[in-house]
Design a protein around this ligand. Sequence first.
Ligand code: 6R9
Length: 651
Amino acid sequence: MLQELYQPNKEFAKNARIKNMCEYNELVDAANEDYEGFWGAFANEKIDWFEPFTNVLNETNAPFVKWFEGGKLNVAHQCIDRHIESRKNKAAIIFEGDRGDKQIITYLELYYQVNKFANLLKEDFGVKKGDRVVIYMPMIPEAAYAMLACARIGAIHSIVFGGFSAEALRDRINDAEAKVVITADGAYRKTKPYMLKPVVDEALAEGNSPVEKVLVVERNNEDLEWVAGRDYSYNELIKDKSPECPAEPMDSEDPLFLLYTSGSTGKPKGVQHNQAGYILWAQMTMEWVFDVKENDTYWCTADIGWITGHTYIVYGPLAMGATTVMFEGVITYPDAGRPWKMVEEYKINQFYTAPTAIRVLHKTGENEPAKYDISSLKVLGTVGEPIDPPAWKWYYEEVGQSKCAIVDTYWQTETGGHIVSPLPGATPIKPACATLPLPGIIGEILDPETGRKVGAGESGYMCVTRPWPSMIRGVWGDPERFIKSYFGDVKKDGKAVYFTGDGAVYGENGYITITGRTDDVINVSGHRMGTAEVEAAIKKHWNVAEVAVVGKPHEIKGEGIFAYIVLKSDEGVADEVEEVKAINNIIKKEIGNIAVCDDMVFAPGLPKTRSGKIMRRILRSIAKGEPITQDISTLEDPSVVEKIENMVKGV
Ligand code: 6R9
């Protein structure tokens, strides 16, 4: 195992914030010895408090915990105002549009834009502290202004990824009881305009919507249908707004945002993050894991519709006063050299993306990095799903020129920020391995039966056994689901601990390799998808009697979506291709393009136990083409397995 380790670049390590494993261990020990002292000291050092906190951690009502009680702060102040004195002319956001249009927004400019936006929300829309605001936006600077404007006035934003359908948007709006939606007329993708506002119209069409007002950023100048008294142009309203808006003093535990994510059952849940703990860890992990320096330019290719975009495009980089690149386009367009061209042009120092993107860049543009001067790169990051060793190697050798650390950052929507990751100046790295828990995070692989920490070479459940500042604070409107989803599976010393939903295995040196979800969540191109959600959409087709959805390994996407469908009747199914299309159209309507199935099999039945439980493990094995190892004799109808197997072989 050890020969597979790559040591940190010595030159880089000299100036890194955490320079070696001794320093890493000192921090880990400090947290172990005095957990509250450790976090309290960092909270004092990093956050510009309006009023100091009086208590570090309150666990009396665990798992509902409170961090930094008594403290007052404002996240927009932390991300913008406090930098004005020393960084007013520094680029806060470098925006590159899909068509190559560029914009550089300084911290002072960001301050004015966000204040105006905040005043608009307050004065024209009556948005108050605690109100929910849904943001359904493309990757344009106004999306970041919208987030920070909400934070400034204490409104709770809930971003819905622009690829979600009207139905999915409606569900999220209703669940959050949002008063306002902020959107854009449209945006560009591969130089072609597409529309967003009509999706909002459709989401609100049913009536009974909690939404009172819709704010439209006119990016494409498309002709739109405007609903009088509901829809307003941002471009018009913003004109006469004052560039000064006081930052609302917020309690440490006031909610900052909701972000809906998929679980193993039911509809998506609104993951709630609060103010102080979230912003503290967003900033600390930016500093530790990416080691961004004052003059660096950092680029994360995620979309702000996902947690990675929240923490590592907007909140983390701005909290530490860094320059963050925001990219509207598609990284393989016009060709797979686009990101390297941007690295050359902006002299990007840290580049953060997903394994899916790395695989596609590798496959379609293996030699592209060498065509550009990408010598500015220092740290490369990956996130969202396990990365495979060949993709890792290409990333390390061709993009990182064998001198950049790769930080394989493991975390989730619920963790707010990284929890297991190498530190670029300290941790010897290993292909496709997230390595060690970050200091302050008590991450352990536990045996789900006994709650015992497993040994080297053993696998178990990836857990965090103490609360940490940026952890999920609740599932919006459903405290029981919060407890059940995260604290129901694993107990350590009789106490329920946070379980991530992922399996993991320890290497000899305590290194953690994440092996993937243990539940019915699949990971398609790094996007989390509940198989139950896809099944619910498919069931809306009139002719579907039963359905089971599983993940299947996919060369580019990591996992693809494989659906086994039992039709009610073969009659009227003139053409299977048409049936597949019709079902996929329903999925597009109910969820969005990201949930379209890669494979669909019309099965004669599903393998079920006598109590009626669908044996998904069998279906997973069939999808993978693996031999079935489970005992099928106890199934209600064992013959169905062979029938399905034969059908799949013919797919
Ligand atoms: C940040 C993010 C979370 C799920 C998580 C796990 C998978 C994320 C990973 C990884 C292996 C990594 N995941 N990072 N698996 N190695 N470095 O992706 O959040 O969308 O909530 O997904 O993604 O399965 O449980 P989210």
